[in-house]
Design a protein around this ligand. Structure first.
Ligand SMILES: C[S@@+](CC[C@H](N)C(=O)[O-])C[C@H]1O[C@@H](n2cnc3c(N)ncnc32)[C@H](O)[C@@H]1O
Length: 206
């Protein structure tokens, strides 16, 4: 498992509260897509504190799993009753069977890892989601409509988190890595949030 200690105990403990307001709308959009598309078995790759999973649980989605490498982030999920659902595993090599899930979520994780790891996580999602299932990515994305304040806030957050995050984030944005990973997939929809600085892409797996 890759060494992963970017998330201190403190950061992990305030993560959900800090993101409650900005992220709630995105969490609900991910949930609604999964409800509408009939995603019954869903894996959240890099699930962090399990916050998105709790939205899905409340909506009655039956088979949920999350994986993350950070013990501090997982601790937050575990203390909220997700011990059996959120597992400590590397999202780039989960060990699950091919086509095991209807959908995978990758939320705010691809930008923070090295390009090679981000690509491996995306390819792992493709492998473990059945053909016709959904790959949902939520991450930063700037275009001509992104408000300067949105760009500023995204950069500030990544700088604040520290570690290699900021360099990885800059690389992810500058090289439009997601476009490369997903170039042979059908994009079902893309919605924008947070002054146009964040996007949710829904791809149909092959
Ligand atoms: C910004 S947090 C996002 C957490 C969650 N997906 C969300 O939307 O709130 C990024 C998470 O990715 C996890 N992560 C990074 N690389 C990983 C890997 N190779 N395998 C599993 N988790 C990873 C980190 O530990 C962290 O919890």
């Amino acid at each position: 498992m890759p060494a992963h200690n970017h998330y201190s105990r403190f950061l992990a403990s305030v993560y959900d509260t800090a993101l409650l307001f900005p992220i709630g709308k995105i969490r609900k959009s991910v949930r609604d897509i999964l409800i509408n598309e009939g995603g019954e078995s869903v894996i959240d790759l890099c699930c962090g504190t399990g916050n998105q999973i709790r939205y899905l649980q409340k909506a009655g989605i039956p088979n949920l799993l999350g994986v993350d490498v950070s013990a501090n982030m997982l601790q937050q999920a575990w203390r909220r009753g997700l011990k059996d659902i959120c597992l400590q595993k590397d999202a780039s090599q989960t060990g699950f069977e091919d086509d095991a899930f209807d959908a995978a979520i990758m939320s705010f994780c691809l930008h923070e890892t090295q390009a090679i790891t981000a690509e491996k996580i995306f390819n792992e999602a493709r492998r473990i989601v059945r053909p016709g299932g959904r790959l949902i990515v939520v991450d930063y994305s700037f275009d001509q409509h992104t408000h300067p304040l949105g760009r500023f806030a995204a950069r500030a957050v990544e700088k604040m988190v520290g570690g290699g995050h900021y360099q990885n984030f800059i690389h992810f944005m500058a090289h439009d890595l997601l476009a490369g990973f997903s170039k042979d997939l059908e994009l079902q929809q893309c919605q924008r949030f947070l002054m146009g600085a964040v996007a949710m892409w829904v791809f149909i797996n092959k």
